[in-house]
Ligand binder design. Structure first.
Ligand code: NAD
Ligand code: ZN
Length: 240
């Protein structure tokens, strides 16, 4: 099987694709993005109570990102987009990641479900702006000039992910769905495979270990993203 048999490929990526670029996954044990810390910090209530602490956490993540480089998995997804560009097969890339490694690899039109570290959102005027520097509770909105109203443009617990209509449309249209480096435990993304499959798509999981919904997938391959993603893409583009 290769891409010429498919009209629309949806690729969903999660924290696992960026792990080998030095950005720990949500489930990582190294104490940065630990589940407990994230569950406290990634909430609008915490931001209202303790904006300095929340800013400090995301400022550090943004700083870490400056040092991070895309790995072979990000690079190969960019390559796949280039290869498909001149063909009738469409590709939609949806990521749960808030890093910019897909963009650094050269992928265009990345749909960030959970927001971006390099973006700030003004809670007064709702405008978004590029943010490649630290935010503090003194930061000023470039649009409405309010002070202290900028927050990280990240979807926190209890908030609705971005671009869901666009993603739903792509899931209903796609005939190939590929999930990469995601645990299948964060909704609504965990449900995307079901939507795609119910609409007849062939479904593929590429992950380090089986995700919570591994059984739903038609094809699975487990290993490091930097190895299994380029292998799968090469076969998808050039055939077995
Ligand atoms: P997760 O942390 O819940 O799961 C990570 C998955 O990646 C696991 O299934 C694990 O087996 C797999 N994995 C780990 N190392 C891998 C590797 N080298 N190659 C392939 N797979 C590997 O991640 P999630 O399901 O994406 O959800 C985490 C949530 O936390 C998301 O909402 C996301 O926004 C946020 N988050 C983002 C980043 C980032 O932007 N890079 C990092 C951590 C968490
Ligand atoms: Zn504003």
């Amino acid at each position: 099987m290769n891409y010429t048999q498919f009209k629309h490929v949806v690729v969903l990526t999660g924290a696992g694709i960026s792990a080998e670029s030095g950005i720990p996954t949500f489930r990582g044990q190294d104490g940065l993005w630990t589940q407990k810390e994230m569950e406290y910090l990634a909430r609008p209530e915490t931001f209202r109570k303790d904006p300095e602490k929340v800013h400090a956490f995301y400022n550090q993540r943004r700083l870490d990102l400056k040092q991070s480089k895309p790995n072979r998995a990000h690079n190969h997804i960019a390559y796949m987009q280039d290869e498909l560009a001149g063909s009738p097969t469409r590709m939609t890339l949806v990521t749960q990641n808030v890093d910019d490694l897909h963009e650094k690899a050269g992928t265009k039109d990345v749909i960030h479900l959970h927001g971006e570290l390099n973006s700030a959102l003004c809670i007064k005027c709702q405008s978004r702006m590029i943010c490649d520097h630290d935010l503090t509770d003194q930061s000023v909105c470039k649009n409405c000039q309010s002070q202290g109203a900028l927050r990280p443009d990240i979807v926190w617990f209890g908030e609705i992910p971005y671009h869901l209509d666009e993603v739903q449309k792509a899931l209903l249209q796609c005939d190939m769905f590929v999930s990469i480096g995601t645990s299948g435990s964060v909704f609504p993304a965990a449900d995307f495979v079901n939507t795609a499959k119910q609409n007849g798509a062939f479904t593929v999981e590429l992950n380090l270990t089986p995700s919570e919904n591994a059984k739903v997938f038609d094809h699975t391959n487990y290993g490091l993203a930097s190895q299994i993603v380029p292998n799968w893409i090469d076969t998808f583009i050039h055939g077995p």
